[in-house]
Design a protein around this ligand. Structure first.
Ligand code: ZN
Ligand code: ZN
Length: 400
């Protein structure tokens, strides 16, 4: 005899309309209903957990449709000993001519902006203040498990007969790339079983919710009578056969195609479900940063501007920066590295990267006609932030 669920035997056959007779007591009610019995198919719940095999190491597994986190192995102790030597580079600032050139290019890229102020403005002073952007990335892995079920359409079933499943954190899985947030899913080995579909009692079909299994409903036009009253051109009324149902009083049910049964959604008509524990491995790149930017330009502009990397370190656990000449950087590196040490208790830390970037920011003061203001040139790509540039789009596109 084939193993339970038919695995090893011939592939299971999907139920189709017309296949085999329905059970004797299948039709619901006294006859085809006058109206559809329901607005739509009934909602169906998850399968019962009763009778599911238990697996060592999976006591906290989520039920059907629920993923539960698996506590990771304890983290390694913080790095010991002397931190590796940290070398920092520095970078130069822009002069007034370079600022003006950046402004002219910025205006050229914004076709609606008037070019006159950029060409004619006088720059009184340019103050260069290098902004510092410190980032800490902690790349972690979380593992969740939960029972899932799917129609069993045939093929091998890796069940408990093959041995106990490996513990959740022993299943091999590698990230596609470091510091990239993504997910991977897989079947936990040796946890699969094949069970009869709980929704349809392994029949592969349900009674049609529209016609109650009759394959027909009362005709809408004649109300099941088969005849309708008609009025001719002369105003005479007479009964005649219903055109819609052909005098039969009944219409074909379109939901089930007249069979009275519809394919079970849960098992897709295959009558059996494959149940197994699914493992979801979630790789998350947790990212925090600190910006030091001394001008009145909005600090967050520094985040997306190109800069020069003056320090970078990639390790399983980084040593916080402690020897940079700007104390605020050291303090925040220590603060952020410490905060990440305990921030993700349900995850295993795979790798950390810290980076310190210097982003040039130059504040330029200018006058044009009787207007004076400031603008900022920032980033190695020399982006311009000029919120009160005198001739912007709102002045109309006719300005040359
Ligand atoms: Zn029907
Ligand atoms: Zn089913």
């Amino acid at each position: 005899m084939a193993a339970p669920g038919g695995y090893g035997g011939p592939p299971p056959q999907q139920w189709n309309a017309g296949m085999g007779p329905p059970p004797a007591d299948f039709r619901q009610g006294q006859g085809p209903p006058r109206h559809p019995l329901a607005q739509g198919p009934p909602q169906r719940g998850p399968p019962p957990m009763q009778g599911m095999p238990q697996f060592q190491g999976y006591g906290q597994v989520g039920g059907f449709g629920q993923m539960a986190p698996m506590p990771p192995p304890p983290p390694p102790p913080p790095p010991q000993g002397k931190p590796p030597p940290m070398e920092f580079t520095d970078l130069a600032n822009l002069d007034e001519a370079a600022c003006k050139q950046a402004m002219i290019e910025f205006v050229n890229q914004n076709c609606c902006y008037g070019k006159k102020p950029a060409n004619e403005m006088n720059l009184s002073k340019a103050i260069g203040l290098t902004a510092l952007h410190y980032t800490l990335e902690t790349f972690c892995e979380g593992r969740d498990t939960g029972y899932v079920n799917e129609p069993y359409r045939g093929g091998p079933v890796d069940g408990p007969q093959n041995g106990p499943p490996p513990p959740p954190w022993a299943i091999p899985c590698q990230p596609n790339g470091m510091f990239e947030t993504h997910k991977k899913e897989m079947e936990v080995p040796h946890t699969a079983t094949v069970r009869p579909c709980h929704d349809c009692d392994a029949r592969g079909y349900h009674r049609c919710w529209r016609c109650g299994g009759w394959g027909q409903i009362h005709c809408d036009s004649c109300g099941g009578d088969g005849r309708v009253m008609r009025t001719d051109h002369e105003g005479n009324q007479r009964m005649e056969g219903c055109h819609r149902c052909g005098g039969d009083g009944r219409c074909h049910c379109h939901t089930c195609g007249g069979d009275g049964r519809i394919t079970c959604d849960t098992c897709d008509g295959y009558r059996q479900m494959k149940c197994y524990i699914k493992l979801t491995v979630t790789y998350t790149n947790h990212n925090v940063d600190h910006i030091i930017e001394r001008t009145d330009m909005p600090d967050e502009l520094v985040r997306c501007a190109k800069g020069e990397t003056i320090f970078e370190q990639v390790m399983t656990q980084v040593f916080p920066i402690t020897s940079y000449p700007v104390v605020e950087i050291n303090d925040n590196s220590v603060r952020l590295v410490n905060s990440h040490r305990t921030a993700f208790p349900n995850e295993r830390q795979l790798q950390q990267r810290q980076r310190l970037r210097a982003v040039p920011v130059t504040e330029a003061n200018y006058t044009w006609e009787d207007f004076s203001s400031r603008f900022w040139v920032y980033g190695l790509e020399r982006k311009v932030h000029a919120p009160d540039y005198p001739q912007q789009c709102c002045w109309g596109c006719s300005i040359l």
